[in-house]
Design a protein around this ligand. Structure first.
Ligand SMILES: [Zn+2]
Length: 311
């Protein structure tokens, strides 16, 4: 079927090329008036979730996927909804799977906005995701990431004409995380502070701060629709489940350390405790043991997290 479509596409007019493009590797979900989530399945080439907000005079995009190809697909999906200019991109944090397509929207004229720590980390900290010896093309890819044009410290409000978009710094996942809310639609883009029934990447995490952040999100937005960084669109109850996972992880690791266990023995004991409840969550095979060892390091005061660059 795909071959037949490709053949058909090769002979139809160029003006139909958008119709012929491969189906994007994510699903657009309308979650409020003019508010859309772009949800990627696990293993998707898009790499993470994103979304966009349509105001009266332009569009704000939240996160840009892992690479330019899915970001171009996102731009094409936005163009199916509106021809208003893409005025802003908000990067929820520096990780490559949320910033890899910045260039597409920068070229389209968008101003890229992020927490100030992101600017110093984007082209340095992202190298670690390619291991100790990144290949030249991997280095080049990280060094070519488009950095934010505008940074903020605690809060910034963006007006898309009459529509308010609130961007707030909240710690936990990386130390440079932004939460983006659209009050008139009761939608909150949590970035990777919110994982919907998926185990998180804790490589840069400060879990006690993260739990406080999630408690504040639930207090401030008790009935919001949350766009997660990974997994599906989330309810407040899903956010609570995720908060409880982080708390259970810290509790189980702390208790096992207090019993004198460390290393693989600790990992095995905590895995046995958490697996019955969380083994069915997405990414549990990839992340459960790592979550345990990273939290053990954090509780022992041995975990390294990115430090804000000097200005
Ligand atoms: Zn992340």
């Amino acid at each position: 079927m795909k071959i037949r479509v490709a053949l058909l596409c090769s002979v139809v007019f160029l003006s139909l090329s958008a119709w012929c493009a491969d189906t994007p590797d994510f699903t657009i979900k309308k979650i409020g008036e003019g508010v859309y989530a772009a949800i990627s399945g696990d293993g998707s080439k898009a790499g993470s979730n994103a979304g966009f907000i349509v105001g009266s005079n332009g569009v704000a995009v939240v996160d840009t996927f892992v690479d330019v190809a899915p970001a171009k697909d996102l731009l094409a999906e936005i163009r199916k909804v509106t021809n208003l200019p893409i005025r802003y991109v908000i990067n929820t944090h520096y990780h490559l799977d949320h910033t890899g397509g910045n260039a597409v929207f920068a070229e389209a004229g968008a101003t890229i906005v992020a927490h100030r720590n992101l600017r110093g980390w984007l082209r340095t900290e992202n190298l670690k995701f390619f291991g100790a010896n990144p290949k030249p093309e991997q280095k080049a890819r990280v060094e070519a990431l488009v950095v934010p044009d505008m940074v903020y410290s605690d809060a910034v409000d963006i007006y898309l004409g009459s529509r308010l978009v609130q961007v707030r710094y909240m710690p936990g996942h990386t130390g440079g995380d932004s939460v983006v809310s659209v009050p008139d639609a009761n939608v909150v883009f949590g970035g990777d502070l919110v994982w919907q029934h998926h185990l998180p990447n804790l490589i840069d995490a400060t879990t006690d701060a993260w739990i406080k952040t999630l408690d504040k999100l639930l207090t401030d937005h008790p009935a919001a629709t949350f766009v997660s960084g990974h997994g599906d669109v989330a309810t407040a109850s899903d956010v609570r489940d995720f908060r409880d996972y982080l708390a259970a992880l810290r509790q189980a690791v702390g208790k096992t350390q207090a019993a004198g266990k460390s290393g693989q023995e600790l990992i095995d004991a905590v895995t046995a405790e958490l697996e019955p409840k969380y083994g069915s969550w997405g990414f549990s095979k990839a992340f459960l043991q790592r979550n345990i060892s990273q939290t053990a390091d954090e509780l022992a005061g041995k975990k390294k997290v990115p430090v804000p660059a000097a200005e």
